[in-house]
Design a protein around this ligand. Structure first.
Ligand code: GLC
Length: 678
């Protein structure tokens, strides 16, 4: 049973779908102290949660700041990434407030959801290793507390509260190619052609900001994409979906209809003086549509039709933390200080002051404190300062799109994912994991983030495979893709100016092709697991500890994941590796996929083993008593022959597998109708 507590005057976020009655009195697990909470952590307690954040699956040992951030350097010393996912799950000897140190409280699984749109700091054993301190910029929140016999039970309870996760069209489980700098329609054609020539599967090509006219939302650059409609048609014939980006900032430009309309109707965020708030983002000076204002939200959402009318059926929403390159006020301050410093003999302090000032122009806290929304739930006259509701912006932008897209396309699903998010947004779209780097450590981060995101309801997700920033290598991309085989969003994306990382730019094409073939062969399984997780409110990726809580080693393994009820995966994330050490928590059988072939290899008993994993091999470990369906590979999702599945099982009496099969495009989801037990 979920308990709900209120503190101060919470601002509604619409994160959860239903609200249990308020429990009077204090929460038995958390000590209230000033503007926050604290609780004692026993040595063995694992703290799960926080969705998109740095570091491990167990969040202990670091300080996390829940504040959606445009943070292209996901280094481990960072405190925030793009999402604000305020869900924690404590598993182990969780103490009640009144429990004493010497009386072990016993195994518990307690979930907490801190629902407040402003900033929260989670100090999880950072200041004191056995202490968790949670502090709020505004101590106005709803707190939901869930207890369960297992971590899975807590998660399910939370997800029931938070509502069903977004379901994309099935084609969005195919491989997607993206890059910031596809500058003409011919660049896009080339991608399709090269993949076709080399027989590499491909279901989508992403259009980054270059397709727009000077980065203006809902426009098409007539010079370089003048034949846009023709391009969409050609791609459709090839069964390739084009997925354009939409940014949060609307360019200030006379005559640009979105700008003119937004201005006239008062739909942009305002500054202290009631003027439209101006910031710099990709197009130069912009205004932010006030996504929190219902009318403005619908207005912005309805603009997506300009692209759906032209045959587009997928979008990615970006820069919606919202990212601010500069505000006019900040530039003025910096320029004027620079003028003062010109010609000076800069000593160490002044020099660092100067460089710090320039580095700090973007996403400056003061800027987030100097614009306003008109939010129906804000106290008083609806006007509320941005930082108080900061974490909702990306959520409401994506909600804007989702609500309108559902009206525009009531039958067919549309692909939609966002960069910034808050819990609640998981009902409207997926997320990608932002601007990672072509670093091995980011592949590991990607692996660890999956279960944390799943807990919070974000199922449709994946990282920029190959890494977004800096130069990738063939080996890194191969390993990234080998993990990406399992993530619902499987997209290769890179930044402008980095080494090209389309598959056809490398030598070992055969190896890449083999990996992608496995993705398509496993689609019936992956899609089923996705749909069941969405419709039942469960996780697709789980930490080993969830299933083997009594196994000391399994409890701490963070570089292997359970996928559905059947599989365990152990991705390689190190350069020059020929395989890796794998912990087998129970009897399992190794299936080695390579392109069209599958080798049923040995059975492993519980223990540690070194397993060979050359580049291009995809290893899955099947639990005893289970089976999985495998299809022949195909070049497009819709061509995967789902009527002709092979079954691979381990054990005499394998449980039937629940295959979820639907048309993959309508919005009629049903476990009863679409599950076949095979
Ligand atoms: C942001 C996005 C990235 C995109 C770039 C240009 O950095 O996170 O994916 O390529 O903007 O639009």
């Amino acid at each position: 049973m979920t308990k709900r507590y209120q503190f101060g005057n919470p601002i509604e976020t619409e994160a959860v779908l239903y609200k249990p009655d308020i429990t009077k009195g204090e929460c038995e697990w958390l000590q209230q102290s000033g503007r926050g909470f604290s609780c004692h952590l026993s040595r063995e307690t694992i703290v799960y949660g926080l969705g998109e954040s740095v570091r491990g699956i167990n969040k202990r040992g670091w300080l996390y700041r829940s504040f959606c951030s445009d943070e292209p350097e996901h280094r481990e010393d960072r405190h925030s990434l793009y999402g604000a996912h305020n869900f924690l799950l404590l598993s182990g000897d969780v103490y009640r407030k009144e429990d004493t140190e010497d009386a072990l409280p016993g195994q518990k699984n307690i979930g907490f959801f801190f629902d407040t749109p402003g900033e929260i700091v989670f100090d999880i054993g950072y200041t004191k290793s056995d202490q968790m301190e949670i502090t709020f910029s505004d101590f106005d929140l709803e707190l939901y507390v869930m207890e369960g016999d297992s971590p899975d039970e807590v998660v399910s309870e939370f997800r029931e509260l938070a509502g069903r996760s977004y379901i994309p069209p099935k084609w969005a489980f195919g491989y997607g190619q993206s890059r910031w700098s596809y500058e003409t329609s011919d660049d896009v054609r080339k991608i399709a052609e090269e993949h076709k020539r080399l027989k590499i599967p491909l279901d989508s090509v992403y259009l980054d900001i270059d397709y727009m006219e000077r980065y203006k939302d809902f426009t098409i650059d007539e010079k370089n994409f003048g034949d846009f409609d023709q391009l969409v048609r050609e791609m459709k014939e090839e069964k390739i979906h084009l997925v354009p980006i939409i940014d949060a900032g609307v360019k200030i430009e006379e005559g640009y209809d979105v700008y003119e309309e937004g201005k006239e109707k008062g739909y942009f965020c305002k500054d202290e003086n009631g003027e439209d708030f101006t910031v710099g983002v990709w197009p130069g000076k912009c205004h932010f549509p006030d996504m929190l204002n219902e009318e403005a939200r619908h207005w912005f959402g309805d603009k997506y039709h300009l692209l759906t009318d032209r045959g587009i059926d997928g979008f990615w929403n970006d820069m919606n933390e919202p990212a601010i390159f500069y505000s006019e006020k900040r530039l003025e301050k910096v320029f004027s200080r620079m003028r003062e410093l010109m010609g000076e003999n800069l000593d160490i302090d002044t020099f660092f002051e100067m460089t710090g000032m320039v580095a700090g122009i973007a996403n400056h806290r003061e800027d987030y404190e100097s614009f306003y929304h008109s939010y129906p739930y804000a106290p008083g006259d609806r006007k509320i300062r941005h930082d108080k509701v900061h974490n909702l912006y990306g959520y409401y932008m994506t909600r804007a799109a989702a609500e309108s897209l559902e009206k525009l396309s009531p039958e067919k699903r549309i692909l939609l994912f966002s960069r910034a998010s808050y819990i609640g947004m998981h009902r409207y779209g997926g997320i990608w994991q932002g601007d990672n780097m072509s670093w091995w450590s980011h592949l590991l981060l990607n692996i660890k983030m999956m279960p944390s995101l799943n807990m919070c309801g974000f199922l449709y997700t994946g990282a920029d495979l190959g890494g977004f920033g800096s130069d990738t290598t063939e080996e890194l991309l191969l390993r990234f893709l080998s993990f990406g085989v399992f993530t619902p969003l499987m997209r290769n994306h890179a930044a402008k100016g980095t080494r090209r990382q389309e598959i056809y730019c490398f030598e070992n094409i055969e190896c890449f092709r083999d990996i992608l073939k496995v993705r398509y062969r496993l689609l019936p399984y992956l899609y089923s697991e996705y749909m069941k997780a969405a419709l039942r409110g469960t996780m697709m990726f789980r930490p080993l500890a969830f299933r083997y809580p009594g196994d000391k080693i399994a409890r701490h393994v963070e570089d292997q994941l359970l996928l559905g009820e059947e599989l365990m995966i152990a991705p390689v994330y190190e350069q020059n590796a020929i395989g890796r050490a794998v912990y087998i928590p129970e009897r399992m059988k190794l299936f080695r996929f390579r392109g069209d072939s599958i080798d049923e290899e040995r059975v492993y008993e519980k223990g540690y083993y070194f397993v060979d994993m050359p580049l291009g091999d995809i290893c899955i470990f099947l639990r005893e008593g289970h089976k999985i369906p495998v299809a022949d590979s195909a070049l497009r999702v819709e061509n995967v022959p789902v009527e002709k599945l092979e079954i691979y099982s381990f054990g005499e009496k394998a449980e039937p597998y629940e295959l979820y099969a639907d048309d993959g495009e309508t919005r009629e989801y049903s476990l009863e109708k679409n599950i076949i037990r095979i």
